[in-house]
Design a protein around this ligand. Structure first.
Ligand code: BEZ
Length: 396
């Protein structure tokens, strides 16, 4: 690292002298040049609101730090990934190869993030994941330059098995989109629920991002499980919760899920979401100063109520700020930056967070209940939950 710093200083000295002499422009390295951040998020499609809130949360944190991270000015390159795994490799290559960003912040969709993580790993580009939960990103794919401030798909779902079992349910059905996030969510609840003695009687799937739920909801009504576990998010979650209530099942077959089912969606779901219990690393009414300050600032900036996605974006900037503050804005001092991030203890709106050896966030998982337009805190379903990081061998 000392060698890197000396080399950089020499480069800057040489380039500055040359620039003064009018022979060369200043190279775009060092603390003087803004840090180039690629925001690769869905700005259209069923996850559009999620992407926008992550973006807003990230920018809010940077604005609160005077438009800088670790004293270093930032500039953004925005890219709409459309939650389209088929375009993910080209999109990521564009940011890394053509736009030459220093760090990529993204994305929402588990299938898209897998392609991003592969390129981040191959090119040693720093990637901070502010939502997508694909387990392998911080398991088999883990790397020193790959970080996640949101969750692994396992984290919010594993505690739900005990919640549903303790509520007296023994035979449940699951319903979700057939892609990495849906499949891993079902695996996680199965792991805890079946171990306790519960049974998953049927797993229902439809392709992402389809929202024609009717035939599957009819099957649920006919088979009458004790309860249903569902993962949908964004526009899909709004439609599913409304269709479920319209079929008359809201009060007869209780609906549960990871908190994405009702987070950021309650204004559109209205009374159809009332009483739905979910597990997540955030609740609207968490009674801590960081959450109160965050919600007020987010409202002032955007005119909207903050949600878990905005918090995850906010914390992605907070984590980068920790790293860059430790190196006084020097992005080339990677070892020192990553060491500071690994040791980070952040006072997040979701409560205290830290980072595992796989660079995945360690956090409380809360049981919440949708009541009167808020996802209200009920209890801590699992304190300080770390993903097991199975297969991670190379994160530091
Ligand atoms: C995912 O694809 O990982 C995901 C998308 C939306 C909400 C939660 C997870």
């Amino acid at each position: 690292m000392t060698v890197l710093k000396a080399t950089r200083r020499d480069l800057l000295k040489g380039a500055a002298a040359a620039s003064l002499a009018g022979a060369l422009p200043m190279p775009a390295i060092g603390q003087g040049a803004p840090l180039k951040i690629g925001l690769m998020l869905p700005y259209t499609g069923t996850f559009a609101k999620l992407g926008k809130f992550i973006d807003d949360g990230f920018r809010l944190n940077v604005e609160q730090a005077g438009g800088k991270l670790g004293g270093r000015a930032v500039e953004y390159v925005q890219l709409d990934d459309e939650s389209e795994p088929g375009k993910a490799t080209d999109n990521m290559n564009r940011l890394v190869g053509r736009d030459k960003v220093d760090v990529v912040v993204g994305t929402v969709h588990s299938g898209v993030v897998m392609a991003m993580a592969k390129i981040a790993k191959d090119t040693n580009t720093m990637l901070v994941v502010p939502n997508a939960g694909a387990n392998d990103v911080t398991r088999a794919m883990c790397a020193p330059n790959i970080w996640r401030t949101s969750f692994s798909n396992w984290q919010p779902c594993f505690p739900m098995g005990k919640v549903m079992y303790d509520a007296g349910h023994r035979n449940i059905m699951t319903i979700t989109w057939r892609y990495a996030a849906g499949l891993e969510d079902v695996e996680a609840i199965k792991e805890s629920f079946v171990k306790l003695g519960g049974k998953i009687t049927e797993e229902l799937y439809l392709p992402f991002p389809q929202v024609e739920f009717q035939a599957l909801i009819t099957q649920i009504a006919q088979k009458k499980p004790d309860a249903v576990f569902a993962f949908f998010a964004g526009g899909g979650a709004v439609k599913f919760v409304k269709d479920y209530a319209a079929a008359g099942l809201r009060t007869s077959i209780p609906l549960y899920g990871p908190g994405f089912l009702t987070d950021g969606t309650l204004p559109a779901q209205g009374p159809d979401a009332e009483g739905i219990k979910t597990t997540l690393h955030y609740a609207d009414d968490l009674d801590n100063p960081a959450n109160k300050a965050f919600l007020a600032a987010f409202k002032q900036k955007t005119g909207q109520e903050g949600d878990v996605y905005a918090v995850q974006g906010f914390d992605a900037a907070a984590l980068l700020n920790v790293g860059l503050t430790a190196t006084k804005g020097d992005f080339a001092a990677k070892d020192a930056m990553y060491a500071a991030m690994r040791a980070a203890k952040i006072d997040s709106p979701r409560g205290p967070i830290s980072f595992s050896r796989a660079n995945n966030v360690v956090q409380n998982i809360y049981l919440r209940e949708a009541k009167g337009g808020l996802n209200r805190y009920v209890s801590v379903a699992h304190a300080d939950l770390a993903d097991p990081a199975l297969g991670c061998r190379a994160s530091s």
